[in-house]
Design a protein around this ligand. Structure first.
Ligand code: F6P
Length: 372
């Protein structure tokens, strides 16, 4: 029998269990394969912590949030063990062989795509299924988790509207999305946020204040500002860009490490951005301002119908690809179809919001401020 391993890695996201079940049921019942799970992402693979996934284990998990397998952000080539970074790729290859696997399915986001590519280069037959609430994986229309998170964030913006309105306040709501603004932009449009700030468009605090004052002049003495966690004002954005350039141009391991530490410091200086923005807006507009950080509530809980469908579709398509002997790919969503895309095209590529994207155009046309 063909034996396949499966794991979930990176931040959890609604729809992971639907994908495990979609792959598993198709693999076991339709193709007659055997399936084992690795616990807690790449960690379980490196330490050979397995769990048998039979039909019974896959039953009743479609609607459950999180992942029955557990997850972690560990990397195969530098896993921290007893405080030391170790290259666990050779051990992982041994474990793959020891378990007599024909393929390994890695469900995760951009980081997982990179790790999956690394393992493929080490000779494993790897398939990647794209999940993330950030929707920033290259070459896939959507990743599962995004739709549910979009709904949660939209619902939160709706609720914040009525309290902002009642108190004549500005509410700055921070939405997840470190490098890409899909979630903030989508929920901001759906929830009718008055201003939407995303990492792709460095904002001017003055421009945001102007949008709020223009609303106030029109009789709306409250505003909701949706800000992606990775959105930065023009100065902070330029500082980060310079730090990133330094990392790219640094030669030699010491210079590289120093440049990376510098970048990390610059980034941590930008934490609490939403709070700084709210303080400044209060000063510039005279309106009382408050902050709500949505945080992990966006990743938790039961997946919506779209994420259950996408997880099932990509999972079962993944089982077909294993059956056909295809590996080294991301099982991407293109329209209604699941399409294999070479991992080397996906790994290390980030799908950010293009500045001419129809969502941005629509936001502008309905009068949403974008901070520029
Ligand atoms: O990748 C999904 C995500 O939720 C991002 O939006 C966020 O920046 C990050 O994970 C948070 O990561 P962690 O779970 O490690 O705190």
């Amino acid at each position: 029998k063909t034996r396949v391993g499966i794991l979930t890695a990176g931040g959890d996201s609604p729809g992971l269990n639907a994908a495990i079940r979609g792959f598993g049921k198709a693999a076991i019942s339709y193709h007659g394969m055997e399936l084992i799970g690795f616990r807690d992402g790449i960690t379980g693979l490196a330490h050979d912590r397995t769990i048998v996934l039979d039909s019974r284990a896959l039953s009743g998990i479609l609607t459950a949030g999180g992942t029955i397998l557990g997850t972690s952000r560990d990397k195969p080539h530098k896993m921290v063990i007893d405080g030391q970074a170790q290259d666990m790729v050779p051990t992982i290859v041994e474990n793959y062989e020891k378990n007599h696997l024909s393929a390994l399915v890695c469900i995760g986001g951009g980081g997982t795509a990179k790790n999956a590519y690394r393992l493929a280069q080490a000779g494993l037959n790897v398939l990647h299924l794209p999940k993330t609430i950030d929707n920033d994986i290259a070459h896939t229309d959507t990743s599962f988790g995004f739709s549910t998170a979009l709904g949660i964030a939209t619902d939160a913006i709706d609720r914040l509207h009525s309290t902002a309105h009642s108190h004549h306040r500005v509410i700055v709501v921070e939405i997840m999305g470190h490098k890409a603004g899909w979630l903030a932009l989508g929920s901001g449009i759906a929830g009718g946020a008055d201003v939407i700030l995303i990492p792709e468009i460095p904002y001017s605090v003055e421009a945001v204040a102007e949008s709020i004052l223009a609303r106030a002049a029109g009789g709306h003495s409250f505003s909701v500002v949706a800000i992606a966690e990775g959105a930065r004002n023009i100065q902070d954005s330029a500082d980060l860009e310079a730090a990133e350039l330094l990392v790219k141009s640094a030669r030699g391991p010491e210079a590289k490490a120093a440049a990376k530490t510098h970048r990390k410091n610059v980034e941590s200086g930008h934490r609490g951005n939403a709070y700084r923005l709210a303080d400044k807006l209060e000063e510039l507009t005279g309106l009382e301002s408050r902050v709500t950080v949505l945080g992990y509530v966006q990743r938790g809980g039961t997946p919506d119908a779209a994420d259950r469908m996408l997880g099932t579709l990509l999972g079962s398509a993944g089982a077909d690809l294993v059956e056909q002997g295809v590996s080294g790919v991301t099982v991407a969503s293109h329209g209604q179809s699941a399409v294999p895309v070479p991992l080397e095209e996906v790994a290390g590529n980030l799908k950010t919001v293009p500045l001419d994207h129809p969502w941005l155009l629509a936001a502008r046309q309905v009068g949403t401020g974008l901070g520029d």
